[in-house]
Design a protein around this ligand. Structure first.
Ligand code: AHR
Length: 504
């Protein structure tokens, strides 16, 4: 057993817990939309063909904002293909995923799904094959009350009230050579600036996201952000980060350290954005929209997952089955996102259903929770009030990629008015339990209300259709609060993620 000490004080508040930290992402990719959220023949489907069992699970997951409709898909998408009578909509090739897009679901249907499930819709515009004009068209269609060609068409199509979309992504991963219409930083910075300026002429209160880097490993990382922001700084509010992590060659120790890359990514983007601000003498701060993050077995997809022959409709693509270790990493990435919520003001778990997703479905059959569902749902439910950044005194292990990796990571949230707090912890040791003393001075907490943990004898255990409840949250982690010394003592199992809720 190893010991660690973690200390939180209310004075170390980073900022409020932002609901947008718990966003997700629905792309027209594989079975995310068709056969995922939408399956008209399913026994639980509503009048729009949306699966009720999926809606119930999504509500339980506690997601907030949903980014839509892509992703790589958006860079070849004509948004107007997805409006009006379904039987009149065209069928198109989707170059990004080598699939056929039927356009059965489009903006109006998805906005209805968001309203029904209590989500904020975050819309991406196509800056791959399209530009300023089409972005203005979709903005007018979505948000203008009426009396113009596009807004009247929305009303005619059955949506009288504007959709009121606040957050807009200016394209997707335009730094990636795989992107349809991929551009240089200079080209993208210019079109993003022009599009953003025009959109803000319609509505200056929109929140606009410029594409940052597709990963911290991109050869243009850093330089891309500087160039894009030098051009678009005055017109945009956020720059995006995308990051996917995977286990390679069974190396759990490197995989469990993934959040160190996320921290590095955030540091470098903040540095680039603030340098651009400084050079302009501006006090404006560009915030981060971490609008794609997750575990994804990307190497497997690159090696054998891609569709090269045929153009199937809603094929099974990117249907990763997650493990306990994946869930621990997802929990630890959420710890980082929360701890950095001074600058990460929006984030999207990519994606929501079937495609690298916390929720899986079978056609005509059940929907179930993957392992990664649990740390996300618990963090979204328990994180309330202010985020408290810790000081951590724990051992470390040496890792070839990341150097010294702290064995423990943590963050806390504290809601003074409700008299509640939550501490989120990860133990990265693959073999040793960790006894952690958590100092919570000045918070006036009296008892442990709930303990939720993900750990297992088998770090590769999974939930499947046959065994959907093989991995579920556990309450068997010892956690005691001594109110006199304001110290919580919790013993974390090896390779585990744990949340402890406390109350006055
Ligand atoms: O989420 C899957 C894909 O990952 C998205 O379409 C793209 O933006 C990223 O490369």
């Amino acid at each position: 057993m190893t010991d660690a000490r973690v200390a939180f004080t209310a004075a170390a508040a980073v900022g409020p817990v932002r609901r947008r930290t718990f966003g997700s992402f629905v792309e027209h990719l594989g079975r995310c939309v068709y056969g995922g959220i939408h399956e008209p023949g399913h026994p639980t489907a509503d009048e729009d063909g949306f699966r009720g069992d999926v809606m119930d699970l999504v509500r339980e997951l506690g997601t907030s904002t949903i980014r839509y409709p892509g992703g790589n898909f958006v860079s070849g998408y004509k948004w107007e293909d997805g409006i009006g009578p379904v039987e009149d909509r065209p069928t198109r090739l989707d170059l990004a995923w080598h699939s056929t897009e039927t356009n059965e679901v489009g903006l109006d249907e998805f906005a209805r799904w968001c309203r029904r499930t209590g989500h904020e819709l975050m819309l991406a515009v196509n800056l791959g094959t399209r530009g300023v004009a089409e972005a203005l068209d979709v903005l007018e269609y979505a948000n203008h009350p009426g009396g113009t060609a596009w807004s009247d068409l929305r009303i005619q199509n059955g949506t009288a009230e504007p959709h009121g979309i606040r957050m807009w992504c200016l394209g997707n991963e335009m730094d990636g050579p795989w992107q349809v219409g991929h551009r240089s930083a200079e080209e993208y910075g210019s079109i993003a600036a022009q599009t953003a300026a025009a959109m803000k002429m319609v509505d200056p209160s929109l929140e606009l996201v410029a594409c940052g880097s597709s990963s911290s490993q991109m050869p243009t990382f850093g330089a891309w952000e500087r160039t894009v922001l030098e051009k678009a700084f005055d017109h945009v509010d956020y720059v995006s980060c995308h990051a996917y992590y995977q286990i390679r060659g069974g190396d759990l120790e490197t995989f469990l350290a993934s959040s160190l890359d996320m921290d590095y990514f955030i540091d470098e983007v903040v540095k680039a954005a603030d340098e651009v601000a400084l050079a302009r003498g501006s006090e404006k701060r560009i915030q981060i929209s971490f609008d794609e993050w997750n575990v994804w077995l990307l190497d497997e997809y690159e090696a054998e997952g891609k569709i090269e022959d045929g153009w199937p409709v809603a094929p099974r693509l990117l249907e990763d089955v997650y493990t306990v270790a994946d869930a621990v990493v997802v929990g630890s990435l959420l710890i980082t996102l929360l701890r950095r919520s001074d600058r990460v003001q929006s984030a999207s778990l990519a994606q929501l259903v079937n495609v690298i997703a916390p929720i899986m479905t079978e056609p005509g059959g059940p929907a179930w929770r993957q392992t990664t569902f649990h740390p996300f749902a618990t963090t979204s439910r328990l994180a309330q009030g202010e985020v408290l950044r810790p000081s951590i005194d724990a051992g470390s292990y040496a890792n070839e990629r990341f150097g010294d990796v702290p064995l423990v990571d943590a963050v806390a949230t504290y809601d003074a008015s409700a008299g509640r707090a939550a501490v989120f912890l990860v133990n990265r040791s693959v073999s040793e339990p960790m006894r952690v003393e958590v100092a919570l001075d000045g918070l006036g907490l009296a008892r442990v209300a709930e303990v939720v943990s993900i750990h297992d004898e088998d770090p590769f255990a999974q939930n499947t259709r046959e065994q959907p409840e093989r991995v579920t949250p556990r309450g068997d982690v010892p956690a005691e609060l001594d109110p006199a010394s304001a110290t919580l003592t919790v013993t974390l199992p090896p390779l585990s993620w744990t949340a402890v809720a406390l109350e006055r």
